[in-house]
Design a protein around this ligand. Structure first.
Ligand code: SF4
Length: 317
């Protein structure tokens, strides 16, 4: 077996061909009523009902802030066969149950939540890798919807044709994110180590496309000190955000977790106050957007157009 899989297994990833799942630390915190993730606070999804997964382990980028072990060349991973979407979903649920079993014995566990967590109702398609590289992504999202589950899809936006396909096949996720950690091409190259000739152009095409997609649309900006959080970059961020016209923008600090610590470290994180300050300055160059919410523990601020659209309807969970 290749080294990559062994390392991921040691980190409690459950693998199924080119897909994987892993219990999120916020799911664990929620199960003992300690805390929940900022997406629960902002949008109302339930952290204890969340399945964090990816249908595709490898990615075109090697982002400097990534907590995943990107040094392990995932591109070397041989894909023997394209897994069936239904099988990926059921393997995620089976793995989630298995990974949670040990947790069930915890004396602080909230028994009601633990029982509910056996059947995840929300899929966070953002664990590792780039999900739009999975050829059957449309089928997977449609199958999740058919099973009454919500889905948040986070993409690096380098495959605009895939976003177009999701739309044409009526397979858009409940909430669609594009990661935008670069105000311009120079920072994009530095941040992602992506040498693809058209990559920046493709990202911009996805941003334009995002403005027309009939689903909840989010731009996420992860700030790293001394890299992409300068005041002189604000106008360029605003231009790209206007192009995408998202419902929400999440402005958050890079967090020194996982493998990113070797590349960046704690001193490159912004404090929550610094994140808030940057978001306020961004609002000055962005019309129609306003401050909506924040979560200090996650060093994240939410800005958006319409406060009333924030929460996802309860009956969906
Ligand atoms: S939405 Fe994300 S952060 Fe929240 S519980 Fe799910 S995987 Fe974790």
């Amino acid at each position: 077996m290749l080294k990559v899989e062994n390392i991921l297994k040691k980190q409690h990833y459950a693998l199924f061909g080119h897909s994987a799942t892993k219990i999120c630390r916020w799911t664990k915190k929620s199960l003992v009523d300690e805390d929940f993730c900022y997406k629960e606070k902002f949008y109302g999804i339930k952290s204890h009902l969340c399945c964090q997964m990816t249908p595709w382990l490898s990615c075109q980028n090697e982002c400097i802030h990534c907590w995943r072990p990107i040094e392990l060349n995932f591109k070397k991973l041989k894909v023997i066969k394209i897994e069936d979407p239904k099988k990926i979903i059921s393997s995620c649920i089976v793995s989630q149950k298995r990974l949670l079993t040990g947790f069930g014995g915890n004396s602080r566990i909230n028994k009601k939540k633990f029982k509910e967590a056996q059947e995840p109702r929300h899929f966070a398609i953002s664990l590792i890798g780039e999900p739009t590289l999975y050829p059957k992504l449309s089928e997977l999202i449609k199958e999740l919807r058919k099973q009454g589950k919500t889905s948040f899809l986070v993409t690096n936006g380098l495959l605009p044709e895939k976003l177009k396909e999701l739309h044409e096949k009526n397979a858009l996720p409940t909430q669609l994110y594009i990661s935008l950690n670069y105000p311009n091409e120079k920072i994009f190259r530095k941040f992602t180590k992506n040498e693809g000739k058209d990559s920046w152009k493709k990202l911009n095409k996805s941003l334009s496309l995002l403005s027309q997609l009939p689903t909840r649309r989010v731009i996420r900006i992860t700030l790293v000190k001394r890299l992409n959080a300068e005041d002189k970059m604000l106008k360029d961020y605003a231009k790209l955000i206007k192009k995408a016209s998202p419902d929400f923008v999440e402005v958050k600090s890079y967090m020194a977790v996982g493998f990113s610590r070797k590349r960046l470290g704690y001193e490159r994180m912004l404090s929550h106050e610094e994140v808030k300050e940057y978001a306020k300055k961004l609002l000055e160059v962005l019309d129609k957007y306003k401050f909506l919410d924040e979560k200090k523990e996650s060093r994240v601020v939410l800005i958006g157009k319409d406060k009333s659209k924030r929460r996802i309807k309860e009956e969906k969970f």
